[in-house]
Design a binder for this molecule. Structure first.
Ligand code: FE2
Ligand code: FE2
Length: 147
């Protein structure tokens, strides 16, 4: 992250990273490697959803009043969490991983096409300050994980 990135750029970097990890997972042949990647994807997603829900989404709803996209976003996070819970019991379940990837691609697209443009247009969001908060919280959460 560069010092000049705003919150939407920072969050979209996470999106690109997790999409890249799904690609790695799909091209991995070794089940042990698949298991490691599946676990990393789930951890990355849990942290990302948590910082969005703690920091970005509340600032977004306050500034835009856009309940519809917020509600969709939260529902999609819940769907992803349910799949992640199932995957924790069976981390190399290829079908569940595909389902998770589909859901995440759809969700990322919604944030990119709907929420982020609105966030950039509205007056009430300090996207630079939010980026700092998101980054700090992400570091904190990642430090608390057994990697
Ligand atoms: Fe999200
Ligand atoms: Fe996101």
């Amino acid at each position: 992250m560069s010092q000049h990135d705003d919150a939407t750029v920072l969050l979209d970097e996470d999106h690109n990273e997790v999409i890249r990890m799904f690609e790695q997972y799909k091209s991995a042949k070794d089940p042990a490697r698949q298991k490691v990647l599946a676990r990393q994807i789930c951890q990355e997603l849990l942290v990302h959803m948590q910082i969005e829900e703690e920091i970005f989404y509340p600032a977004y709803i306050k500034a835009t009043g856009d309940r519809e996209n917020l509600k969709d976003g939260l529902e999609e996070h819940q769907e992803a969490r349910e799949l992640i819970r199932k995957l924790e019991q069976a981390p190399v379940d290829a079908r569940l991983m595909l389902e998770l990837e589909d859901g995440i691609l759809h969700h990322v697209n919604d944030e990119r096409e709907k929420m982020f443009p609105k966030a950039r247009k509205t007056q009430g969001m300090d996207l630079m300050a939010l980026a700092q908060q998101l980054q700090a919280r992400k570091m904190e959460l990642m430090a608390g994980q057994d990697a």
